[in-house]
Design a protein around this ligand. Structure first.
Ligand code: PLP
Length: 398
């Protein structure tokens, strides 16, 4: 006998994975070059050359038992010190190793945090659409429930009235993601300020802290000259989930961290509960080689090269807008969130398959009348896919 919930999760692939697998099958028939696969958020730029050099050096020079041995459960002191110092230099914060727990990417960071904050089966976490679909099963598996705030489709910031309506005594946390997957929108400073004010007010009303869980795998993928607001500056009960999957193009290497802000009320309890949650889920001692690699990345302050994403974004945004498509100009991450011509994201994404264009319906992000186009692909793929997007537009808008 097995768990019904786990069986369902294991058998039913996410819509994104499903589409990716469809693309693999089609590619075997029509050839890789004739599939325009905009389904997955797999970075298309290689990791920074300096990081690859460091990893080669680590492998060839380090004592193997030091390189491959266990570190302490939350990560080595060296790694956590280097990350804390890097953040302090960049954001004028005052973190130490004690703020950080190194994890296997943002997924492990989030599951560790959600489980740590789930008090009992009445616990609720709020996500703001559009949101990363895995939040739903992460919250449910932690033992709580995900409550979704409908999107503010005018500008994909936050519909504060709708958010306030959903906060109640069971609310433990609000999950935000900026720069956002899938909208590409960055929450403005005014949004973060207003959100913090609202959470303070509602925490006082319901008699316990509402945690702000900021999921930030795209923090450095910012095409504007405005910094992404750093949430611990605005709200005391802030927890950051970070990943190097996108910023350093290391998605398969599974490395990231949880950061608990210094002003967190009951800091020790919150941090230690996250450590306990990570422990029961098997996320102790993130891969040692990768811990050393991100230590060097922090020391060298390695950043992503945004030039090719920016070029892709501009070509896609301008090309699609010229056909008549509508979307917010994406300021960050590497996604463009289109209003589906005809208003049905499922139907539009399905029709796009006939052009061998793979895009994801917005339904699983909580926005069924949109589609997500992941532009972390070769520039040439965008240029060659545009005529197909043009035909699709004509089909749905004639
Ligand atoms: N959160 C968001 C918003 C994401 O887009 C992703 C991955 O695409 C994740 C979390 C998971 O990231 P990781 O690969 O580091 O587990």
């Amino acid at each position: 006998m097995v768990s019904k919930d786990m069986l369902r999760l294991g058998r039913v692939r996410s819509a994104i994975r499903e589409l990716f697998e469809f693309g693999r099958k089609r590619a075997a028939i029509v050839g890789d070059e004739n599939i325009y696969d905009f389904s997955l958020g797999n970075p298309s730029v290689p990791p920074p050359a300096a990081l690859t050099e460091e990893m080669v050096r680590l492998l060839s020079e380090c004592d193997p038992s030091a390189l491959h041995g266990y570190t302490s459960a939350p990560g080595s002191n060296e790694t956590r010190d280097a990350i804390a110092e890097n953040l302090n230099r960049r954001f004028h914060t005052s973190f130490t190793r004690r703020n950080l727990y190194i994890t296997c990417g943002a997924a492990a960071a989030l599951t560790s945090v959600l489980r740590a904050l789930t008090v009992d089966s009445s616990t609720e976490f709020i996500a703001i659409a559009p949101y990363f679909p895995e939040y739903g099963c992460f919250a449910a598996t932690a033992g709580g429930t995900l409550v979704v705030v409908p999107p503010d489709v005018k500008n994909f910031q936050i519909d504060f009235d709708a958010l306030e309506e959903r906060i109640n005594i069971h609310t433990q946390g609000v999950i935000i993601n900026s720069p956002n997957n899938p909208s590409g929108v960055i929450y403005s400073e005014a949004t973060i300020q207003r959100l913090s004010d609202l959470l303070r007010k509602k925490s006082a009303e319901i008699g316990h802290d509402i945690y702000l869980i900021s999921d930030e795998p795209y923090r450095e993928l910012n095409y504007t000259d405005q910094p992404v607001p750093f949430v611990t500056d605005y709200y005391d009960a802030s927890i950051i989930s970070y990943s190097y999957s996108k910023s350093l193009s290391l998605p398969g290497d599974r490395i990231g961290y949880v950061l608990v802000g210094n002003a967190m009320p009951d800091f020790e309890d919150v941090y230690d509960a996250i450590a306990g949650s990570a422990r029961v889920q098997g996320y102790v001692c993130a891969p040692s080689l990768l811990q050393k690699a991100i230590t060097r990345a922090a020391e060298l302050n390695l950043m992503p090269d945004l030039s090719s994403y920016r070029k892709n974004r501009d070509a896609l945004y301008e090309g699609l807008s010229a056909f008549g498509y509508r979307c917010m100009p994406p300021d960050g991450a590497f996604y463009l969130f289109l209003e589906a011509p005809g208003g049905d994201g499922d139907a539009f994404a399905e029709a796009a398959k006939e052009e061998d264009i793979l895009i994801v319906s917005g339904r699983s992000f909580g926005c069924p009348s949109f589609v997500r186009v992941a532009y972390c692909v070769a520039y040439d793929t965008i240029i060659r896919a545009l005529p197909g997007f043009g035909r699709l537009y004509q089909k749905f808008c004639k």
